[in-house]
Design a protein around this ligand. Structure first.
Ligand code: S3P
Length: 429
């Protein structure tokens, strides 16, 4: 598919961005291995989270989903049944990596596979520690690439020191550690998102967190519960940047998740000079949330590196666009992980924004952007990467002339209502 996009004069109004993708996945997964019923409100009905539902249904879990409401009838982890077919995770890295952790101890064999993007992504970051714990895993490149075949063993606890700050790695190991025997600890080089830790506690498990180490004991039972999913700050990010860079704009974003392990984008935008107001903040809830109001702002360049990177890893494409509209130089470093996302996001961001006239260069672990540049309409491609598709759509709003976006349908992976919400805020005259 392709989509014709035209410049926009201003963006004004209020929207509720869809539910958080990471939290929606986990609510279905943890509900599926819990005893009893789990109800979910605010679920993200995007393709990735629907893949998670479809995989657990194939493992015999009864799940009913109507838009943002989901009911999961869990029968405990031992209630999972072998699947007759292979499990297809589509584009979803979170689905495959966390499911491998869950399946590390189930007494049957499961085959997992995904789309062309998943086929390129490294799985050994998860399969290698799970094998050390006792799971039997086979696959392309010795279990690094899909299709993967996993047979649950009787796993033993592990004290794992990860080289990368990755919530998918941390969560997979913790989920395997819940089963089998012993204590499992994961230590990261920097803190990654902690939704699994928070949600395991909501499901009645005890999780110990000291500095960069998270530990839990095997043999804990999850009990079905109710999960309220806040809006996804990674989706809100597109409208935060749009509001800041499009003239005469004010956008109010309702009930956005404000977990501190995810709010790096707010720190960076404020550092760059963006005017953001916080309203109705609820920090009592297990996942804090609040309303965000953004206005057109004069931005300046910044440096983004170190511990900040895991707190905004998925927002780097849209931050790069903001940097093209900021005075001065923006440097993004320590973001090597971008090379193994849905696309190589260092390459796709630099290639596609360059076509629109940005002054941007790739480095090994990030990019350097010189602003401020005026962008021009061009033919650009999401390459099937949802966040690249949305970033380029926002870029088209400020570009001179028309932009043709190839593969726009990718946005449905995390934000099916993206184009409708953009249209509802847009003023073309
Ligand atoms: C996610 C973790 C991050 C993130 C991804 C979702 C999660 O990946 O990029 O979109 O839900 O745990 P890594 O754990 O690989 O950094």
């Amino acid at each position: 598919m392709e989509k014709q996009l035209t410049p926009i004069k201003s963006l004004n109004g209020s929207i509720k961005v869809p539910g958080d993708k990471s939290i929606s996945h986990r609510a279905v997964m943890f509900g599926s291995i819990a005893e009893g019923t789990t109800t979910i409100n605010g679920f993200l009905p995007g393709e990735d989270c629907l893949s998670t539902i479809s995989c657990f249904k194939k493992l015999g879990v009864k799940i009913e989903q109507i838009n943002e409401q989901v009911t999961v009838e869990g029968k405990g982890i031992s209630g999972l049944q072998p699947s007759k077919e292979e499990l297809y995770v589509g584009n979803s890295g979170t689905t495959i990596r966390l499911m491998l952790g869950i399946l590390a101890n189930t007494p049957f064999t499961t085959v997992l596979t995904g789309d062309d993007s998943i086929a390129k992504r490294p799985m050994n970051r998860v399969t290698q520690p799970l094998k050390e714990m006792g799971a039997i895993i086979d696959g392309k490149e010795e279990g690094n690439k899909v299709p993967l075949k996993i047979t649950g063993g009787s796993t033993k606890g592990i004290d794992y020191h990860s080289k990368i700050a990755s919530a998918q790695v941390k969560s997979a190991i913790l989920l395997a550690g819940l089963q089998g025997e012993g204590i499992t600890s994961v230590t990261e080089p920097a803190k990654s998102r902690d939704h699994s830790e928070r949600m395991l506690e909501a499901f009645g498990c005890s999780v110990d967190q000291k500095g960069l180490t998270v530990s839990l004991n095997a043999g804990q039972e999850l009990k079905g519960t109710h999960i309220e999913v806040p809006g996804d700050i990674s989706s809100a990010a597109f409208f935060l940047v749009a509001g800041a860079i499009i003239p005469e704009s004010t956008i109010s974003l309702k009930k956005v998740g404000l977990n501190p392990t995810r709010t790096g984008i707010l720190d960076v935008l404020e550092n760059m000079g963006a005017k953001i107001q916080f309203e109705n903040v609820n920090s009592e809830s297990s996942e804090p949330y609040g309303d965000l109001v953004i206005q057109t702002s004069k931005l300046k360049g910044t440096i983004i590196k170190g511990d900040l990177i895991p707190r905004l890893i998925d927002e780097i494409p849209i931050i790069a666009l903001a940097a093209t509209q900021a005075e001065g130089k923006t440097i993004i470093q320590d973001a090597h992980e971008l090379r193994v996302k849905e696309t190589d996001r260092i390459k796709t961001v630099v290639d596609e924004l360059s076509k629109m006239g940005a002054n941007i260069e790739a480095t090994d672990d990030g990019m350097i952007i010189h602003g401020k540049t005026s962008l021009k309409g061009a033919q650009v491609d999401s390459y099937g990467d949802h966040r690249i598709g949305m970033m380029l759509s926002i870029a088209s709003c400020i570009a001179k002339g028309e932009t043709k976006l190839m593969n726009p349908e990718a946005v449905a992976v995390s934000y099916p209502s993206f184009f409708d919400q953009l249209k509802s805020l847009a003023n073309h005259n």
